[in-house]
Design a protein around this ligand. Structure first.
Ligand SMILES: [Cu+2]
Length: 137
């Protein structure tokens, strides 16, 4: 027969065990990172000047470190997404580049996982008027 003191010890051990299980499950979820959806909007390539910042939606895109953005092309034309401020940016493509040989066709998507905090400008290499910004926190 267990004394009340023993029940207390068993209870504390069980509570610690449950806390550890919940804690490790939470850690594995955050390690996988959040999925963030974005799009190339319909007629995106015709958005010139200031309106070019509406070609990608949402803009800016907010994502946590370890999170993944998936851009889906809702336009009828193929696009790309490449990090940088424009075609002449020496850092163009340093963070990500969907590529000019593997265009993101209408209805298709491209994903990138962000591993460091920062603000990253990006654009479409076919239509440099299409610009956006990613904020990784
Ligand atoms: Cu484009």
């Amino acid at each position: 027969m267990l004394k009340p003191k023993h029940f207390l010890v068993v209870g504390i051990v069980a509570a610690l065990g449950i806390t550890l299980i919940i804690g490790s499950a939470t850690a594995s979820i955050s390690a996988q990172g959040a999925a963030v959806a974005a799009t190339m909007v319909p007629n995106a390539s015709t958005f010139m000047g200031p309106k070019g910042s509406q070609a990608f939606s949402p803009n800016p895109i907010n994502v946590k470190v370890g999170g993944t953005i998936t851009w889906t092309n809702h336009d009828t034309q193929a696009h790309t997404v490449v990090s940088g401020t424009g075609s002449t940016d020496p850092n163009k493509g340093k963070v990500f580049d969907s590529g000019l040989t593997t265009l993101i066709q209408p209805g298709k998507s491209f994903s990138h996982t962000f591993t460091a905090a920062g603000t990253i400008p990006y654009f479409c290499e076919i239509h440099p008027n299409m610009v956006g910004k990613i904020i990784v926190t």
